[in-house]
Design a protein around this ligand. Structure first.
Ligand code: TRP
Length: 347
């Protein structure tokens, strides 16, 4: 599916969500490889809260097995998983209406990988553009079997709970397309409509660059984490890349670094980036950084306060995950039983 079609479909889906969000079961996920940052917040996190508040059922997967796609061992898992839970709670995901769970705690989900692998060909796996890109940038000497097959596992993430809507960024569209193919092929091959065909919901959020003017990413260390302190945030913004232009303008094509900082300020303030740039104008890079620091810290202050509160009650935070895992296991067991029945594996 091309990006244009995906965008058009997403607009239709937004309309349906506006009419009745309760008909959607949504699944999204994060790999626990570091701290969530403002790129995540504007790209997907705040959208999850919006969808849940509108009445959609929201499942949030902490994709711990998927950490191993591009590295040999998953480092600091416990710390990162706890960090994700704190961030989810702090931004306002309500655990009473959201199922938060990890791969590793849901065996029946993982077992779906086997029948799903039988439904895809090796050339199909080799063609996945996102996987190809990740292989090209991998620091590993050899491509592991998991790197090639994790999109199939991701289909299991989506289909085990029969999610019909998956909010994603553009890089995830090939994976979502594969999940759709697997759902259709399973239903056809085994002659029962076990799986719905899930839709991608592309987020409208524009792309934010990191503080060094390149793609914002945990591994590049150029992010502003949600869990950063106000001082840390000020320091990160002070060190951000700008350019020699004296006057601040919003022109992503010719001034990517400056424009990304303007955009971030505009997103935090809920305003138009051109207006924000005009207002800063001749105050230059220093003025931009002052405005941005205040905007980010004002936005994050209540989130940080709630995060700190939850951090004082880790027993509760762990219980949220245990409850989510329990619910995910119940659902996965039902789906796996249907899958095995469809395949004639009822003995
Ligand atoms: N691959 C996603 C990412 O890197 C994380 C993920 C795992 C996911 N399973 C998923 C996203 C299922 C959507 C649906 O961000």
């Amino acid at each position: 599916m091309t990006t244009t079609i995906a965008h058009r479909r997403s607009a239709e889906l937004e309309e349906l969500i506006g009419q009745d969000a309760a008909v959607f079961r949504i699944l999204t996920g994060d790999r626990p490889t570091g701290r969530l940052h403002l790129g995540h917040y504007f790209g997907t996190l705040r959208n999850r809260v919006r969808l849940a508040d509108l009445g959609a059922e929201v499942f949030v997967l902490i994709a711990d097995y998927q950490v191993l796609t591009d590295r040999d061992t998953a480092e600091r898992l416990d710390e990162y998983v706890t960090g994700l839970l704190l961030d989810y709670l702090a931004i306002g995901l309500d655990p009473a209406r959201t199922v938060i769970f990890t791969h590793s705690a849901v065996p029946a989900l993982n077992q779906l990988l086997l029948p799903f692998l039988s439904l895809v060909s090796v050339p199909e796996l080799n063609r996945n553009p996102t996987v190809k890109d990740e292989i090209a940038h991998s620091r590993q000497a050899a491509v592991s079997g998991l790197m090639l097959t994790y999109p199939v596992h991701q289909a299991a993430d989506i289909l085990f709970c029969k999610a019909n809507l998956v909010p994603v960024g553009q890089d995830q569209l090939p994976h979502l397309e594969l999940a759709r193919v697997i759902a259709r092929r399973f239903n056809e091959r085994f002659g029962l409509p076990v799986f719905p065909v899930p839709d991608a919901l592309l987020s409208a959020a524009p792309l934010l660059l990191g503080t060094d003017g390149t793609k914002m990413s945990k591994s590049r260390g150029n992010t502003i984490p949600l869990s950063a302190t106000a001082d840390e945030t000020a320091r990160l913004i002070r060190g951000a890349q700008t350019d020699a232009g004296r006057h601040i303008s919003y022109d992503p094509a010719t001034r990517p670094a400056v424009s990304s900082l303007v955009l971030l300020a505009a997103l935090c303030l809920g305003r138009d980036p051109r207006e924000v740039a005009d207002q800063i104008g001749g105050r230059g890079a220093a003025g931009l950084k002052t405005v941005l620091t205040t905007a980010v810290n004002d936005l994050l202050a209540p989130i940080r306060a709630r995060r700190a509160e939850y951090a004082r009650d880790l027993g509760y935070v762990r219980q949220v995950l245990r409850d989510g895992n329990e619910r995910a296991n119940e659902i996965a067991a039902v789906t796996l039983a249907e899958v095995q029945a469809a395949m004639g594996m009822r003995y």
